[in-house]
Design a protein around this ligand. Structure first.
Ligand SMILES: [Cu+2]
Length: 205
């Protein structure tokens, strides 16, 4: 009988351990005046590395603009750059995280570009100076962007230690991210505040 009970309890234990505790971080991204910051990249790097598949991303060119303005991808992810304009574009980056160019083309380039190093990649077009976009390449599958209200929600974070990071193209200190160490045990709100520098993005539709 005791043996039977212990078998049952070990089965139950293993069932429970299969169910990993996960939580949600609701992040409010604000500037020094307390105003919401849109298009901030918010990501949580777990202390213990996790391997989750990277998802591919698409950055379109429409009306001589990149869309979206800000992308966040996991290190190793592929990005395609379809051109929906009738004019040709010449997409390039000089950023150390990824230097590349897609020479003057229309339509969809035959192969995507792989971003295999974490960091910030600034995109431009050789033909149209006003075209600009940003890719933040991050070493974690847990990432998102803040909306117009400065809200960003990271879901399904397994419990544990994290470094929560925020990057924005107008961060006062370039090449820096704002970060905070966190122990995730349950869903919780977090406020991330930082100063921005004046930064003019060419007019967008
Ligand atoms: Cu162009």
């Amino acid at each position: 009988m005791f043996k039977f009970i212990s078998v049952i309890s070990s089965i139950l234990l293993s069932l429970f351990s299969l169910h990993i505790q996960a939580a949600e971080l609701s992040v409010d991204v604000i500037d020094m005046a307390g105003l919401p910051v849109e298009n901030a990249v918010v990501y949580a790097e777990p202390d213990i590395k996790v391997a989750l598949p990277q998802t591919a991303a698409i950055i379109e060119q429409r009306g001589k603009q990149f869309n979206p303005l800000v992308s966040v991808i996991q290190t190793g992810a592929d990005v395609t750059f379809p051109n929906f304009d009738s004019v040709r574009h010449h997409v390039y980056s000089f950023s150390p995280a990824k230097t590349f160019e897609l020479k003057l083309y229309s339509g969809v380039p035959t192969s995507p570009i792989k971003f295999d190093k974490a960091g910030t990649v600034v995109l431009g077009c050789n033909i149209h100076d006003t075209m600009v976009a940003f890719i933040q390449v991050v070493d974690t599958p847990y990432f998102t962007k803040s909306n117009k209200l400065g809200k960003a929600v990271l879901r399904d974070l397994p419990n544990g230690g994290y470094t929560l990071k925020v990057w924005h193209y107008a961060l006062a200190k370039e090449k820096e991210v704002v970060e905070k160490k966190l122990l995730v045990k349950e869903s919780q709100p977090v406020v991330m505040q930082f100063s921005l520098k004046p930064f003019i993005i060419p007019a967008r539709k």
